[in-house]
Design a protein. Structure first.
Length: 393
């Protein structure tokens, strides 16, 4: 057989091999492009949580909180109560309620507010009567951030961490997904795993360490909802889990916003701290509620005892402070009109209904001091004059 008769078959084989080669190259390129397009990044999770916070808006949640403490295997104390949380741009408000009679509405036990300028707490008697309040300045930016970490949305990873763009030098809370994915020390593991039959992506912080401090499991089917998070400690050279949170019974309250119906927080007994088990069962979620500045600042009723830690004062709201108290708090009173001051010459509370603002009291105190100094000056001058006058004898 001549070469010429073999040429068509040779060309067919050559074309086929080239076709296979081209198809192989195209397949590899497509696979790379598709993998790159589908590869999960920290920025994807950050965007998802931005959208969740937008869907939340100002929110209110009510839940049943059960806490139990154990030492050496024996239960030492515990409590169960209902709590309500209101959170928004104006701050936060946490109300603790006593169950009370089944036929009567629950009564307030304590109310805590933070408008990012002041912390205020008001405690009530068992009969629901305001009893004692505390006031202190919000000098640290982390105050608002930390207050919501042990609430349903906090344990679900939905902190308002947008209030803190710089986490350098600070330790973010273990379940704050948004803060962690923004931190360059975080790493997202490539291979997902199954957690209770659900595919989950693992986030670890910090990266580059011998062991991570935090490990989080994010659901791939529930828009990265936080399923579990664990905080590890180095205990005598062994990397052991210390705190673990599990979220279950999720409900999609808005598109892509899956919130847990139940959270279990477990802190093991370690480093002098007793074991703590906290269970939260959410009752109601309200999203994008309307709030006002008054929601985030408790007004202390007249007759309520107040521990004002901003000024180092204890007083009864609506009653008058004495001159003795005023002298030691001139600087503080100018920063916050917290009460009304009169009765400058007595320590006893006055019953008059007249109210003199703190600024007026400060001016009165200053004038009084000037008047006393003037009298002393006159006495000194008179004494010197008497000594300098020659004796007539």
């Amino acid at each position: 057989m001549s070469i010429g008769s073999q040429e068509p078959g040779y060309l067919d084989n050559l074309c086929f091999r080239r076709f296979l080669m081209a198809a192989w190259v195209v397949s590899i390129v497509c696979a790379c492009v598709c993998w790159g397009a589908n590869a999960l990044t920290l920025q994807d999770i950050e965007k998802a949580y931005d959208a969740k916070l937008e869907a939340l808006g100002d929110y209110r949640v009510q839940y049943l909180l059960c806490v139990e403490y154990t030492e050496s295997g024996a239960v030492t104390s515990g409590h169960t109560r209902t709590e309500r949380v209101l959170s928004g741009e104006g701050g936060y408000r946490i109300e603790q309620l006593n169950p009370g009679d089944a036929r009567a509405p629950a009564m307030l036990q304590t109310v805590q507010t933070d408008n990012r300028k002041q912390f205020r707490t008001l405690a009530f008697t068992n009969n629901g009567i305001p009893e004692f309040g505390t006031l202190q300045p919000a000098r640290k930016a982390v105050a608002f951030y930390d207050a919501l970490t042990y609430t349903p949305l906090g344990l679900a990873g939905l902190h308002d961490s947008a209030q803190r763009d710089d986490l350098e030098g600070d330790l973010p809370f273990m379940s704050d997904v948004r803060a962690l994915v923004k931190d360059p020390r975080a790493v997202l593991l490539e291979d997902p795993i199954l957690l209770d039959g659900e595919e989950a992506q693992i986030l670890e912080w910090p990266a580059g360490e011998p062991h991570p401090r935090f490990r989080l499991w994010l659901s791939k089917t529930r828009n990265f909802a936080l399923l579990q998070c664990v905080c590890f400690l180095d205990e005598q050279g062994e990397h052991v889990p210390w705190i673990e949170t599990r979220n279950t019974d999720f409900e999609e309250l808005a598109p892509g916003l899956f919130l847990p119906g139940k959270s279990e927080f477990h802190r093991r007994e370690m480093r002098g701290l007793s074991e703590q088990v906290m269970t939260i069962e959410s009752v109601t979620y309200e999203l994008k509620v309307r709030t006002s500045p008054d929601d985030f600042r408790i007004a202390f009723p007249d007759g309520t005892g107040v521990d004002n830690r901003a000024l180092g004062l204890r007083y009864t709201q609506g009653q008058y402070l004495s001159l003795k108290s005023l002298i030691f708090t001139l600087d503080g009173l100018s920063n916050d009109t917290i009460s009304y001051v009169s009765g400058l010459f007595t320590n006893a509370p006055q019953t008059s209904t007249r109210r003199t603002p703190a600024v007026t009291a400060i001016l009165a105190g200053v004038l009084l001091v000037i008047f006393v100094l003037f009298l002393l000056l006159l006495v000194v001058k008179s004494t010197r004059r008497a000594r300098s006058t020659p004796d007539e004898h």
